[in-house]
Write a new protein. Structure first.
Lengths: 429, 411
């Protein structure tokens, strides 16, 4: 198959791949990746007291989400007493919505779209709380796949508070001995944490063109506009409500499904994705059962498993788990049974073998691994929650349908129908 | 609401129950078959089956109205569905190529090595049949109706030298008590009837499949001796239901000797529904690791509806089978048949850890002395099929509409 023009930078990327050294990975007994290599549990970015500061940042974001979507009796800010059980919601990293809008073949191509200014496909369309880059050899075949679920807000916070650690991590991701700070923070004068945060945001996120997060040299955290802590928290807050509908066919009350709930969520979730609808429904069902819900530990999306059994080498053999490296393990939740939660995956074939990732075949499609989406399809992501037993929250008898009211408010607020007085409503959500 | 274009025989509408008898007929075209020959063979066969439903039996032309009415009565409610396997799209099997369209992405032949799926091995006695160019799924209210339909297809092929050969046939039946060979309720946690179409209907990628569906056929052998060696509590923990009532388990207690005592949800028994008229119940959220590892919980891990794509919901219609019964015991199992809008969904259910990718049927993957993993089912035969939407003259007919020039060019 001819190499698409979007991969024209294959030579350069191949050199980057060769420069990347082998890394250690999380030691965790995933049901799939039991042989993953060892890295100490827990992200070691925190200095003493930093966990409290980051938790405070998360608290602020959660407060903003509650202010926007309203309080819910089913959601607790922290998993303290009364929430003894753990559950998780999972989905795969392949951006289904993109494939449904186009075709699967077109989506696979679009999602790896690269331009001279970076990973266009990634920053615009990789929207399942996971982003990846592929490194290709001169013949266009994938030789390395990297995926991250790390939240941009965390990296902004880290970059502001711990520039040395930030640069060390980025250098490691890029396979370089060190990274010029100007490539990450720009050329401006930086005096304090806040200015560093702003400089990192400007260079590494949004329209920033640093090669260390545009896929040219590395990816270190997500940058697609909806793959954020704020989006995740808004989704959780908006979804954790008890919503009943009368079933069209049976005529009986049941828990509302994603298609019925999402239009009421005021933009907090999007129909057609893998992640949003399943999170909406799982949380709605937990609320339906009267359970209290809290995020399990500090919020993160983590890699729960990989469908490695789908891959075959050119000899028809299975791919060993050791070829997948799971890294950047987030701190586990409050349960003693919690396993580390990797947020970064690197997949490449050891040099001893005469083939590369692009020579593998997925038995589920019968096709060679040609695009990053072909590996993303295999990656299972999850968010973990702590929950109470059922019936902990008293049933609300009256659950209003707020969609029309909220639409009206939005029209009023944005001045579509009338200019709101700024002194009174200027700070409205 | 726009009427769906699904072929008859899926029985997903509220109140519909699948007929109790099933036969799957697998047909292959010889390598040199022309597309027009293949298309006309399918069309002719489906026309004959339609005639049969009217009581018009080819070898009994001339029988009187009363006998025709009796025949029609026997075939009343018999449905037939045409499906295409990956082989049809494989140009190594067909010269000239039979169809001009590439195969749908997840329509593949099952892997030929030890395990078609990570936790589902091929059985020792399996000859790994189950895949073909065309599958005809027959369902009816009597064994005679589906078996006679199958044999009428053979007769037609013989008489008219139709361009296919029958390569395999599988039969099955369903129980009226809603249970399977494990004696547990089966199919209780299928999908809310109002939401089934969303789970079943395929999108327009490729365009000719828009409004159709995909079928997975897996013929499992069940090791009934191994199953019956377990006590009731062990069985209930693996299935995730109370055996007698079908109520889902919500936890466990420990008895005086430390033995596990499953605890079921209070409420109506399976089959009684949440309320009169409701024919579906979602399993409850559970926290106990043993219960969470049960088949019921694994098969619907996120407990979400088909409108959440990552719920990976599939619509099942299984039929039991009994192949032999002798001194060695019964050779029996389940024809697992599922319909879904996307075969990738089924792959994820059968490959993902904590779903059914790390366990043969249910239970903890690593096992323990107290709860060793059970090897309960193995694959005897199986195949994946696409089921195009209804169209004239027959579903999928446009696939065969290729001129001789096009066929030569595609070689």
């Amino acid at each position: 198959m001819p190499v698409p023009s979007v991969f024209a930078r294959g030579d350069q990327l191949n050199r980057s791949a060769n420069a990347l050294s082998r890394r250690s990975s999380c030691s965790y007994r995933s049901t799939v990746n039991e042989s993953a290599r060892a890295e100490p549990t827990g992200i070691s970015d925190f200095a003493r007291g930093d966990d409290i500061l980051w938790a405070s940042r998360v608290h602020s974001a959660l407060g903003a989400a509650v202010a926007k979507y309203g309080p819910t009796p089913y959601l607790r800010e922290t998993a303290d007493e009364g929430l003894p059980d753990t559950t998780f919601t999972d989905w795969t990293a392949f951006p289904r919505r993109i494939a449904d809008c186009l075709s699967r073949a077109q989506a696979r191509l679009l999602l790896d779209w690269r331009t001279d200014t970076g990973d266009e496909g990634r920053s615009r369309f990789q929207d399942e709380y996971a982003e990846w880059r592929t490194l290709r050899s001169a013949d266009g075949k994938i030789c390395r796949f990297e995926l991250t679920t790390e939240l941009p807000e965390y990296w902004v916070w880290l970059a502001g508070r711990h520039p040395k650690r930030t640069l060390e991590l980025i250098a490691r991701f890029a396979g370089e001995d060190s990274v010029d700070a100007r490539a990450v923070y720009g050329d401006g004068d930086i005096l304090d944490d806040t200015q560093r945060e702003a400089a990192f945001t400007q260079n590494m996120l949004g329209e920033g063109t640093s090669p260390y997060n545009d896929g040219a040299q590395a990816i270190c955290c997500m940058r697609q506009p909806t793959n954020t802590l704020d989006s995740l928290l808004e989704l959780v807050v908006a979804s954790a409500q008890r919503r009943l509908v009368t079933d069209d066919v049976s005529g009986f009350k049941r828990c509302a499904n994603a298609a019925e709930v999402i239009p009421l969520l005021w933009g907090a979730a999007e129909i057609g994705r893998e992640s949003d609808p399943v999170l909406v429904e799982h949380l709605a069902r937990l609320a339906f059962e009267g359970r209290l819900i809290a995020l399990d530990g500090l919020p993160c999306i983590y890699i729960h498993g990989v469908q490695i059994e789908r891959l075959r080498t050119p000899d028809g053999l299975r791919v060993p788990a050791e070829w997948f490296s799971l890294e950047r393990c987030a701190r586990p939740g409050t349960s003693s049974a919690d396993e580390p939660r990797p947020q970064r995956l690197v997949f490449e074939i050891p040099e001893a073998h005469a083939f590369c990732v692009g020579d593998l075949t997925d038995i589920a499609t019968g096709q060679p691994v040609s695009y990053g989406a072909d590996i993303a399809e295999l990656v299972q992501l999850a968010v973990s929650f702590r929950i109470s037993p059922p019936g902990a929250v008293e049933e609300r008898i009256f659950v209003p349908d707020c969609a029309e009211v909220r639409t009206g408010w939005e029209e009023f607020r944005t001045g579509r129908l009338a200019e709101p007085p700024n002194d009174l409503y200027g700070q409205a959500p | 609401m726009t009427p769906d274009r699904l072929q008859d025989g899926i029985y997903f509408r509220s109140g519909q129950r699948p007929p109790p008898y099933f036969r799957l007929l697998l047909l292959d075209f010889p390598p040199s078959t022309q597309p027009t020959e293949a298309g006309s063979a399918i069309g002719r066969t489906l026309t004959m089956l339609g005639d049969l439903r009217q009581g018009n039996v080819r070898d009994l032309v001339g029988q009187d109205d009363e006998q025709t009415a009796r025949a029609a009565d026997e075939f009343r409610g018999t449905d037939f569905m045409v499906a295409f396997g990956a082989r049809l799209f494989d140009n190594k099997q067909h010269n000239p190529p039979l169809v001009g369209s590439p195969r749908p992405d997840f329509l593949v032949r099952l892997a030929g090595d030890d395990e078609a799926f990570p936790a589902l091995p091929w059985g020792v006695l399996s000859d790994r049949r189950g895949e073909s160019d065309v599958a005809l799924r027959l369902t009816g209210f009597s064994e005679a109706s589906v078996n006679r339909s199958a044999v009428e297809i053979w007769k037609l092929q013989q008489d008219e030298k139709l361009a296919f050969k029958i390569v395999a046939s599988f039969e099955g039946f369903s129980r009226r008590d809603g249970r399977g060979w494990l004696d547990f309720h089966d199919g209780v946690s299928n999908i809310e009837s109002s939401e089934r179409l969303v789970a079943i209907q395929a999108g327009p990628d490729p365009a000719w499949m828009g409004g159709g569906t995909y079928m997975c056929f897996l013929r499992f052998a069940v090791d009934l001796s191994a199953w019956r060696a377990l006590d009731r509590a062990e069985q209930e923990l693996i299935v995730g239901r109370e055996k007698l009532t079908g109520r889902p388990l919500i936890g466990i207690n420990r008895g005086p000797a430390g033995e596990v005592l499953p605890v079921a949800e209070a409420g109506a028994a399976a089959g009684q529904g949440v309320a009169p008229g409701a024919d579906f119940r979602e399993p409850p959220e559970v926290s106990d690791p043993l219960v969470k590892a049960s088949h019921l919980q694994r098969a619907n891990r996120n407990r979400a509806s088909p409108s959440a794509p990552a719920a990976y919901r599939i619509y099942r219609q299984g039929y039991e089978f009994l192949e032999t019964l002798d001194d060695h015991g019964p050779r029996l199992g389940l024809n697992f048949v599922s319909f879904q809008g996307d075969l990738g969904r089924l792959r994820r259910v059968l490959h993902l850890p904590t779903w059914l990718g790390d366990i043969n049927f249910g239970g903890l993957p690593a096992g323990s002395a107290e709860h060793p993993p059970l090897q309960l089912i193995s694959l005897v035969a199986g195949g994946l099929y696409c089921i195009p939407p209804s169209e004239s003259p027959f579903p999928g007919a446009q696939l065969f509409n290729r001129s001789a020039d096009e066929s030569r060019a595609a070689r």
